[in-house]
Every structure is written in structure tokens, then in C-alpha cells.
Ligand binder design. Structure first.
Ligand code: CMP
Length: 138
């Protein structure tokens, strides 16, 4: 089963969107294989977003993602990486279609409610950052 890492970012948690977002994945037929709420340290945030280091939005991104609790999940299923990204909509919510999570709940690229791994290699790396193997259901 393909697995992907999903984060409901601090804005999504603060706005009470966790149930809605988890429900969308479950109704689609994806499985929640692991789930935890946590506030990221700056070090964890740097590791998670290492590929964006040096970009103009990096410091703001680290401030935002460490600003409050987030929900981290491992979501599994056939083509889970692509299906989750399609359900999320594009990074910039301005171009996100209604019916997608960002298209329904986000306006700004900085506060875009949700993160999903963008490839199989990112998914493996990101899942390892958030979960020990024994925390992930089969
Ligand atoms: P995410 O999928 O979590 O990955 C990196 C995040 O950086 C992205 O979602 C956005 O929330 C944020 N971000 C802010 N500005 C930009 C930008 N110009 N391009 C891409 N991502 C951005």
C-alpha cells in the first residue's frame, strides 16, 4: 500500500478543520495509518522543509509551521500520494478548484491549511521524520 505524509497545518487546526479533512480522506477510501497532534520545534521544521532552505519564504514558513499544534498523519491507499495531492489542490489556493481542500478552505499560499508529500522519496523521508515504524498501522 502506498503511504504519504499529511500535515494539517496550524491554521487548519486552529480553524477546527481536522475532522472535515480527515473525513474527506476516509470517505475517499484512503486509510489513516498513523495520527498525532504536536507542535514542531524549529529543528523539526528545518528538517521537514530542508528543500526550501534559502528561499525567500523560508523564515516565514518556519515561523508559521511552528506557531501552534499541527496534526501529522500517515495516509495510505492505492496511489495515495497523487490522490491526496489532487484532493488538496495546488500549493497556491488562488488556483485551487472548489471541491479541493485548499479550494474550499484556503486563500493564501502561506496559510494553505494542509501539506502532502510530493513524491515517493519525499513521503518516505517525511514519514520517518514524524513517525517511528511501530506507530504506523499495517
Ligand atoms: P507546502 O506544501 O507545505 O510546502 C512548502 C510551503 O511553503 C508551501 O506548502 C506553502 O505553504 C509555503 N510557501 C509560501 N510561499 C511559497 C511560494 N512562493 N512557493 C511555494 N511555497 C510557498
Amino acid at each position: 500500500m502506498e503511504k504519504t505524509l499529511v500535515l494539517i497545518k496550524p491554521d487548519g487546526v486552529a480553524r477546527g478543520l481536522c475532522g472535515e479533512i480527515i473525513s474527506r480522506f476516509e470517505r475517499r477510501g484512503l486509510r489513516i495509518l498513523a495520527l498525532k497532534m504536536m507542535t514542531l520545534s524549529r529543528e523539526q521544521a528545518y528538517n521537514h522543509y530542508a528543500e526550501h532552505q534559502g528561499k525567500p519564504f523560508f523564515d516565514g514558513l518556519i515561523d508559521f509551521i511552528t506557531s501552534g499544534p499541527l496534526v501529522a498523519m500517515v495516509v495510505g491507499g492505492e496511489n495515495a500520494i497523487k490522490v491526496v495531492r489532487t484532493m488538496m489542490g495546488p500549493t497556491d489556493p488562488a488556483g485551487a478548484a472548489p471541491g479541493t481542500i485548499r479550494g474550499d478552505f484556503a486563500l493564501s499560499v502561506d496559510n494553505n491549511v494542509i501539506h502532502g508529500s510530493d513524491s515517493a522519496s519525499s513521503a518516505m523521508r517525511e514519514i520517518d521524520l514524524f513517525f517511528a515504524a511501530h506507530e504506523i498501522m499495517k
